[in-house]
Design a protein around this ligand. Structure first.
Ligand SMILES: *Cc1c(COP(=O)(O)O)cnc(C)c1O
Length: 352
């Protein structure tokens, strides 16, 4: 048979997934494994989310509301009067925004090193991807970003950034919005863990989309719910470009339930802040300060892959950062887990 699969999927390496807990447990003889690779909330979802999802399950003979109106209402209660679109994870929203804005062959820019899916999704759509390197300390140079993304219809900026953990100051985002000629997708997957609020920018700029996810602080990674603040002009076109019924009814209901449970969020935030501080103090390598629920650690003279393997042998799964383009091979990313997971990690990394 002739080759049918597109070159962008046969050549490139694609999205990297974390090791599986079951494999590590079996290989190294652990009953339970510390899961610190995927920046999830280690706690179960809010009971309000589970209850809403269970009720929605009873009506799944019907297609969901294509606009997820009940979730959008819950988002307006939570955030205020903004325009929202929702999708199957922020990843789904990113893909749809690309499809709405970018013609194949056009340029998409991203500030790197960063989350790999922007480049993967843009390339799969036939776009040219321009990576705009951050400075050596991983801060963003706004003028360089504007310059390099000139001509791009869409540019991605992640803040707090995955995997480096730092945020872009509000005034730098404003400079970029003032000067760039395309649409800026500001990825705020981790903003709930930071002391910075980019939402007011939506009132002043027509060229801004802010992406959010229910997978991190809201503890719903398994249900795949993401959403975005969008300018009014974009919404109808986004809806046209979206996969029909992309967000399922159970996930949408759970997300609305979770948004109503602010106690759960506050509890997670206190826990993350406390452990972030301890990781900074107690890890015997250079730990980058972070506004997210993870930290990046420079494990030189070891490589990220070596340390990830050695930690797996101690029953701890972390993420080696070698697959992040533009980053050296000597970093790992570790998220905040439950107390026992964090303690096991600290003990294991101290032995290295
Ligand atoms: C986790 C993550 C997302 C995607 O989250 P979904 O689970 O698809 O909602 C988006 N951006 C960044 C930077 C992330 O780390």
């Amino acid at each position: 048979m002739r080759r049918l699969v597109r070159a962008c999927y046969t050549g490139a390496s694609g999205y990297s997934y974390a090791k599986k807990a079951g494999d590590v447990a079996r290989e190294h003889g652990f009953d339970r494994v510390a899961l610190l690779a995927s920046n999830e909330n280690p706690r179960p979802p809010s009971p309000a989310a589970i209850e809403a999802a269970t009720a929605a399950l009873r009506e799944t003979n019907r297609y969901p509301d294509e606009r997820a109106s009940a979730l959008v209402e819950a988002l307006r209660r939570y955030h205020g009067d903004y325009r929202f679109v929702a999708g199957a994870g922020m990843d789904g929203v990113i893909e749809t925004v690309i499809r709405t804005i970018v013609e194949p062959g056009e340029t998409v820019a991203a500030s790197t090193p960063t989350f790999s899916f922007y480049g993967i999704a843009a390339a799969a759509h036939g776009a040219q991807v321009v990576n705009v390197p951050r400075r050596d300390d991983f801060s963003v140079d706004p003028a360089a970003f504007v310059e390099a993304s000139r001509g791009a219809k869409l540019a991605f900026l992640c803040t707090p950034n995955n995997p480096t953990g730092n945020s872009v100051p509000l005034e730098d985002v404003e400079t970029i919005l003032e000067e760039m000629d395309g649409l800026l997708f500001l990825d705020n997957a981790y903003v709930d863990f930071a002391d910075i609020d980019y939402r007011p920018l939506m009132r002043r700029y027509e060229n801004l989309v802010i992406g959010r996810t229910m997978s991190k602080i809201f503890a719903l990674a398994g249900l795949r719910v993401g959403y975005a603040f969008v300018p009014t002009w974009l919404e109808p076109f986004y809806q046209r470009a979206a996969t029909p019924f992309a967000l399922n009814a159970v996930s949408a209901a759970a997300a609305a339930g979770a948004l109503a449970d602010t106690d759960q969020v506050r509890g997670t935030l206190d826990h993350v802040r406390e452990w972030r501080r301890r990781f900074l103090e107690e890890v015997p390598f250079r730990v980058y300060s972070s506004d997210a629920n993870f930290v990046m650690i420079d494990v030189e003279p070891h490589t990220g892959d070596e340390v990830t393997e050695r930690l797996a042998a101690e029953g701890v799964i972390v993420r080696s950062c070698t697959s992040f383009p533009g980053l050296g091979n000597h970093y790992i990313r570790v998220c905040i887990g439950e107390d026992w997971e964090n303690i096991r990690f600290l003990e294991a990394i101290t032995k290295i």
